[in-house]
Design a protein around this ligand. Structure first.
Ligand code: ADP
Ligand code: ZN
Length: 525
């Protein structure tokens, strides 16, 4: 038996070389392939671009029968099958885009054993008639691509994926391989359970994407921040993620008006429109896609240079997946997120509408992790990878925190100015208004309230709007101010503010992270 296996291994290496033209296996591929050749189930966790496909394609060519690949997207199937056919590999797909005759033709070839890899959509493979067909074939392997779609708690749940465990029930001795780029441990556990994998061999690759530079910018005037950034990226491909369709429409329109080659993508558009945008983006006819999370798995584009989050995503998992679409060619790429701490409260209120209590708690937990990631002042990559249980000892050197470490200053005086301004304005006003008073803005609202007569009016006019916003946000963070969302987000002093006002201790604040300045200074100079 050992002899048989070792000859199979020589065989897989030959297939790698002769058919795919690669000289070495990548980390993990060989072990996964061998596990499947021993008829074991397997779970393959590799980041996008990590080389998951070969993990089932090589067994498919080595094993005697048919390999059935379940894939959620028609476009992904078509791409893969076209690539395989270009290598003279007998691969086909069946889905509803084929005519009846085409399908019949494929079925006939299947029964003749003339196809090695068959790609199918999950809804198709679960149809009674189709399952019956499979029974009469010699199936060597099931490969479930994008397997995180089985998980309710994952970022891309698809109902049909849940029923794929039926395959395991109908074909208990056929090995099953699940593949995903999802790094989240809860989702991984879910995949094994839902699919009914039997003591699978698990390979976890590194999820680090060293060529992606992570940056979190404070969100002040996001649209002008965005425009300034895009001017530094002329002709480069990028994706801008927003939370709502309305915002996607709005921003893509404004970008187009400003002369950027940008288009919108969201689930409210027709299939044709979406397909058009995706194709144009992949051909570099459109440079910038402004999108909701609906713009996802089908993006098979290697030269995306930046992914920008206009709003905070709902989980670290989603953030990682979305930023992971940048730099798949291995060249330098950027992941930028605009962050306003007030968005945390906004997103959390949205969760209150989720009826299923367990689900609500899971969503809240995931989001809390995302929020603390956004607020943290330590290496972004360390936090990300630690979240995925991939412990990193050293800071990365390629994120905004590593490249531009936060500077601290004695903020006692500015804190006293801000706190007393809130106090003198009778704790009835929100951030923007207080900043206006501090900077001595000449607005009718301030005049109507007689606040131009306050002793704190204009006391901080030497500092920018962004500077004061950042200081006030930090005071909230330090528990010196409270924001009452039921009262128009008005600011209130807390007990702790008293000691600062009295000068009883000195308060260290972080210098506002005006990333825009740091990144674009050469362009703006
Ligand atoms: P994933 O599905 O994990 O996103 P792919 O399977 O599409 O990744 O592989 C990404 C790229 O890496 C492909 O171009 C593939 O041909 C290439 N690749 C995979 N394995 C190897 C290998 N052993 N040697 C060289 N290139 C490889
Ligand atoms: Zn870092």
């Amino acid at each position: 038996e050992n002899l048989a296996l070792s000859s199979k291994q020589t065989n897989t290496h030959t297939v790698l070389k002769e058919i795919f033209g690669y000289s070495e296996f990548r980390d993990g591929q060989n072990a996964v392939i061998n596990a499947v050749l021993e008829a074991k189930d397997a779970l393959v966790l590799l980041p996008t671009g990590g080389g998951k496909s070969l993990c089932y394609q090589i067994p498919a060519l080595t094993l005697p029968g048919l390999t059935v690949v379940i894939s959620p997207l028609i476009s992904l199937m078509q791409d893969q099958v076209a690539q395989l056919q270009a290598l003279d590999i007998k691969a086909e797909f069946v889905n509803n885009s084929l005519t009846f005759e085409q399908q019949q033709n494929i079925y006939q070839r299947l029964h003749q054993g003339d196809i090695k890899l068959l790609y199918v959509a999950p809804e198709k493979v679960l149809q009674y008639e189709f399952k019956e067909r499979l029974r009469h074939l010699n199936i060597s392997l099931f490969a479930i691509d994008e397997a995180h779609c089985v998980s309710h708690w994952g970022h891309d749940f698809r109902p049909h994926y849940c029923r794929l465990s039926e395959l395991k029930q109908h074909f208990p001795v056929v090995p099953m391989m699940a593949l995903t780029a999802t790094a989240d441990t809860a989702t991984r556990r879910d995949i094994v359970q839902q699919l009914g994998l039997n003591q699978p061999y698990i390979h976890t690759g590194s999820f680090d994407r060293p060529n992606i530079r992570y940056t979190i910018e404070e969100k002040f005037k996001p649209l002008s921040q965005l425009m300034r950034y895009l001017k530094t990226q002329k002709g480069q491909s990028g994706i801008i993620y927003c939370t709502s369709r309305k915002r996607v429409d709005d921003i893509s329109q404004k970008l187009a008006d400003a002369g950027f080659n940008a288009a919108a993508y969201h689930a409210g558009m027709s299939n044709e429109q979406r397909q058009f945008v995706q194709t144009a983006f992949s051909r570099d006819d459109i440079h910038i896609v402004v999108a909701t999370v609906a713009f996802g798995m089908g993006i098979n584009k290697s030269n995306v240079r930046f992914v920008l989050h206009y709003d905070i995503p709902k989980s670290i998992e989603a953030y990682y997946q979305e930023t992971g679409r940048a730099g798949r060619d291995g060249l330098a790429a950027e992941a930028i997120m605009y962050f306003d701490p007030a968005d945390i409260g906004r997103v959390k209120r949205f969760f209150e509408d989720i009826e299923d209590e367990h689900r609500r708690r899971v969503e809240e937990q995931r989001f809390n992790a995302m929020a603390s990631f956004a607020e943290a002042q330590t290496c972004r990559r360390q936090i990300l990878l630690n979240y995925f249980s991939e412990y990193q000892r050293e800071p990365c050197g390629n994120c905004d925190i590593c490249l531009n470490p936060p500077k601290r200053f004695d903020g006692t005086l500015v804190a006293q100015q801000a706190l007393s301004c809130v106090y003198r304005a009778e704790q009835r006003f929100g951030l923007g208004y207080i900043v206006d008073v501090l900077r001595g803005a000449n607005t009718s609202r301030i005049r109507d309230n007689q606040h131009h007569a306050l002793s704190t009016y204009g006391i901080g006019k030497q500092h920018s709007n962004e500077y004061w916003l950042s200081v006030l946000r930090q005071l909230i963070h330090h528990g010196l101010l409270n924001q009452d969302i039921t009262q128009g987000a008005s600011l209130h002093l807390t007990e702790a503010a008293r000691a600062v006002l009295k000068g009883e201790y000195s308060l260290q604040l972080a210098e506002p992270r005006l990333q825009a300045k740091h990144i674009y200074q050469d362009k703006l100079a």
